[in-house]
Design a protein around this ligand. Structure first.
Ligand code: 5AD
Ligand code: SF4
Length: 479
């Protein structure tokens, strides 16, 4: 329905700047200055899935005659795609909403909408109690936006937080607003059925459902033809991807989907996130080994290194199981990098249980981790069953120890790459200098290197590493 919007394609140039999970559109639609068209501004928070959803929303709005802008003052519609995963994420959104409302006082008629997980969690409360917004739209209701907008323009408050068992937006071609023209996200499934006890996602994003495998391959092919060279397949738990062709009854699992996308073109790199330790199979690992263009990098959140805590978290694996999966990865993919998500100070965690998490960082040799202290979320299993009894000070000091150890392990791992040569996909100029390029190797490590010859973003180059910090590698192009 919203496929390929020719009026926007090719003329919209928007640069993404990531700052603590936010995206600002740095340039508005170039050449699209018609004063009578309406403009929307969208800001995204949280996981990659939210950034990907914002591109679906942008496509739907383009179909309804709205153009993107980075200029808040110029926008007729301000949208914020929100995250509920931790209390802090919600606090940030509330602060932004206050700022948007100041703009609205200066420019009455501007509409403000909350999308995503906070919309789903707080529903009408966002309109009734906080009085900050005109529209509240949950993750499965974005197709309803044009209709809700018409109502909102007439002064009605619009809300749709219906969670679907089917919606995958498979037919919508995302408008790649924040793109560097080289890498893009493809959402392959929605929702989550896991019910980890700390997590609000199953309540805000609903039941798990997988997207038509052929629509994923078609999107990947289209991106390749437009010059993209890297796609990341997104899902809360990609390993449980399972799509049944309603006509042939053929079933496609995640390993098979990986293989199908790897065949799109040998120069199209395939990445994916997030893997679940209970579901990642040897079949997936062997498929990764078989194709050079499937990146040797797995984000495999452990959450805790202690079996009792993992059970309270309802992760459905224990320490031994996780270690076995790590062993299998390094056995089948010796050059693979693994990263993790870690929560410090979950309910009733003892000091020695915390030590188990530290030792897991060493055991798994994570290249990097996303690290948090536990934040109780209303409505989750943990909030209902377990007291949030670790004092904030203890949570924070455990988190500091986790961060310190992880940065030591990252530095050690990166130093071991000095002297090695990697195939790197050029993403663009480095942040610090336009004389340098930045790009990633298969293991998802960022490498900075001086420009040379006529290489451009989207090209592959061989880079020899000569220096390393805990966050980046430095090198130079070798011919
Ligand atoms: N508190 C702290 N961290 C959380 N995460 C999810 N829920 C919570 C919570 N209540 C973390 C997990 C998850 C990542 C996306 O966010 O580590 O993998
Ligand atoms: Fe949340 Fe667990 Fe689902 Fe991840 S797998 S989204 S942590 S419930």
């Amino acid at each position: 329905m919203y496929n390929d919007n020719p009026t926007l394609e090719g003329v919209v140039k928007v640069i993404k700047e990531e700052r603590q999970g936010e995206v600002f559109f740095k340039e508005s639609a170039q050449g699209l200055t018609s004063s009578d068209s309406k403009h929307f501004y969208i800001e995204s928070y949280g996981c990659q899935m939210n950034f990907s959803d914002s591109e679906i929303v942008a496509s739907i709005l383009a179909g309804a005659g709205y153009q993107p802008t980075r200029n808040l003052e110029e926008s007729d519609l301000i949208l914020i795609n929100t995250c509920s995963i931790r209390e802090k994420a919600e606090d940030t959104v509330r602060k932004r909403l206050k700022i948007f409302n100041q703009i609205k006082t200066r420019k009455p008629g501007t509409l403000i909408g909350v999308l995503g997980c906070m919309a789903e969690r707080l529903k009408a409360k966002l309109i009734d109690q906080e009085k900050l917004v005109d529209l509240v739209v949950g993750p499965d209701a974005y197709r309803d936006l044009p209709k809700l907008l018409i109502g909102a323009e007439e002064g009605e408050k619009g809300i749709n937080v219906f969670l679907s068992r089917e919606e995958t937006y498979a037919d919508i071609s995302p408008l790649r607003l924040g793109s560097n023209g080289v890498s893009a996200f493809i959402s392959i499934m929605r929702g989550c059925d896991n019910m980890c006890s700390f997590c609000v996602v199953p309540f805000t994003r609903g039941r798990e459902r997988s997207r038509n495998a052929y629509s994923v391959v078609a999107e990947a092919t289209d991106l390749y033809q437009k010059g993209y060279r890297e796609i990341t397949l997104l899902g809360q738990n990609v390993d449980s991807y399972k799509w049944e062709n309603p006509e042939t009854k053929e079933v496609v699992n995640f390993a098979q989907l990986l293989e199908m996308t790897a065949h799109v073109h040998p120069d199209l790199r395939i990445r994916f996130s997030t893997s679940h330790p209970k579901d990642i199979t040897d079949e997936v690992l062997h498929t990764m080994a078989k194709y050079e263009n499937i990146c040797k990098y797995i984000h495999l959140p452990v959450q805790s290194g202690n079996s009792r805590i993992l059970q309270l978290m309802n992760r459905t694996y224990d320490r031994e199981w996780y270690k076995e999966r790590v062993d299998a990865i390094y056995r089948i993919l010796p050059d693979c990098a693994i990263s993790s998500d870690i929560i410090a100070g979950f309910c009733s965690e003892t000091e020695s249980e915390h030590q188990d998490t530290l030792s897991m960082i060493e055991y798994a040799g994570y290249s990097m981790s996303y690290m948090f202290f536990y934040s109780e979320r209303p409505g989750t299993l943990a909030a209902k069953k377990y007291p949030d009894d670790i004092p904030l000070k203890v949570k924070k000091s455990r988190l500091a120890e986790i961060i310190e150890l992880q940065s030591k392990v990252s530095l050690r791992k990166n130093k071991a790459d000095i002297g090695r040569t990697f195939k790197v996909l050029i993403e663009g100029d480095s942040k610090k200098s336009d004389q340098d390029f930045k790009g990633r190797n298969s293991q998802n490590k960022m490498i900075i290197f001086p420009k040379k010859g006529s290489y451009q973003p989207g090209d592959y180059v061989m880079v020899k590493v000569h220096d390393a910090t805990s966050a980046t590698l430095k090198g130079s192009i070798v011919d």
